[in-house]
Design a protein around this ligand. Structure first.
Ligand code: COA
Length: 321
């Protein structure tokens, strides 16, 4: 009997405060027109001072638990992906476990930058398929606004804050059909966020995101094209079998290139970046949750999730919802 990891619930959280392109153009030399035309972004949510990755993760996770109609103690693995953990340790996943009142799960964080969603999905799927776990909670929780240099117009226009959760459970019914994840550690200088406390050269850099946007853009378009081919080939599927594309929300031009490769109309692409910006590892899960809750993604449909991030890391997941 084939065991699948089936999506049984999703949740999402966006902080209340919103920063628009107009707000940003008051502090750096940019404009709403430039940002929207080059990225597709209009606004992003910004966490309040008293919010943390674990507090946002808790809200998203509780929504997913409610949607799945399970008890928090049914969860036996919790994976949190974040570039802005509450602490270096304990992990944000351990803090989340405590916030949920769960006493039984194994909990740990992963770091794959913006690809954290598909990396978490891959790990969850492997645990479920091997029988090592039955019910797995994955969460992406990011407070990008705290690691963005608000004087750098090349990066501060892109990122936003948010958290999203997905619950997966062992099932005989089809669920995750395949996952594909990759890393190439040769690109640190194109996109990174240093940890100033642990760096050997304390004077070198602040703990802010730095990026060579143009070069990242080119690698991202090329790489995401290849991951689409890899996913279709692995499943012996034609492009036409995919109902929805749920991409990482980094740039509308990168997303349009992937949709074109799939010969998909933009109507079949779940887009949240206009309202949310790039929420790093939360973005794919936030978009998935949005389209489930507004009724676009229906049970039985085939959904392709893909992401690309610092490292570089990249990957995809094909899900029969
Ligand atoms: N407002 C106005 N002008 C800006 C600007 C801004 N916010 N940011 C950069 N510019 C300027 C540059 O200084 C440059 O000016 P110059 O020609 O006088 O030197 C010009 O615009 C073009 O810069 P470039 O970096 O080539 O722009 P771009 O079209 O590549 O757009 C990004 C910049 C960041 C929007 C785009 O490269 C991008 O989205 N890259 C991918 C980022 C990404 O996906 N990162 C996350 C991966 S998970």
């Amino acid at each position: 009997m084939t065991v699948y990891a089936k999506v049984i619930g999703t949740g999402g959280y966006l902080p209340e405060a919103i920063k628009t392109n107009e707000d940003i153009s008051k502090t750096v030399d940019t404009s709403d027109e430039w940002i929207f035309e080059r990225t597709g972004i209009k606004k992003r949510h910004i966490a309040a001072d008293d919010e943390t990755a674990s507090s946002m993760a808790e809200i998203a996770a509780k929504q997913a638990i409610e949607a799945a109609a399970i008890d928090a103690n049914d969860i036996d693995l919790i994976i949190v992906s974040t570039g802005t953990p509450d602490n270096v340790y304990p992990s944000t996943a351990c803090l989340l476990q405590h916030r949920l009142g769960n006493k039984k799960a194994v909990a740990f964080d992963i770091q794959a930058a913006c690809s954290g969603s598909v990396f978490s999905l891959d790990i969850a799927t492997q645990y479920i398929k091997s029988g090592a776990a039955k019910t797995v909670l994955i969460v992406g929780a990011e407070i990008c606004s705290r690691i963005v240099d608000w004087t750098d117009r090349g990066t501060c226009i892109l990122f936003g804050d948010g958290a999203a959760a997905m619950l997966l459970q062992a099932s005989e019914e089809a669920g995750v059909l395949s996952t594909h994840i990759h890393s190439d550690g040769g690109f640190e200088e194109l996109l990174k966020c240093p940890n100033p406390q642990a760096a050997s050269d304390k004077t070198a850099e602040q703990g802010y995101i730095s990026m060579k946007g143009n070069e990242v853009f080119k690698v991202a378009v090329n790489t995401l094209g290849k991951i689409v081919d890899e996913t279709l080939t692995a499943n012996n599927l034609d492009k036409s079998a995919i109902d929805w594309l749920v991409p990482h929300q980094a740039n509308s031009r990168i997303i349009a290139a992937t949709a074109k490769k799939l010969k998909m109309s933009m109507e079949q692409v779940v887009l949240t970046l206009e309202e949310q910006g790039n929420t790093s590892s939360a973005s794919v899960l936030l978009a998935f949750n949005t389209a489930v809750r507004d009724g676009r993604i229906q049970r039985g449909q085939v959904v392709l999730l893909e992401a690309f991030g610092a490292g570089f890391t990249w990957g995809s997941a094909l899900i029969k919802y």
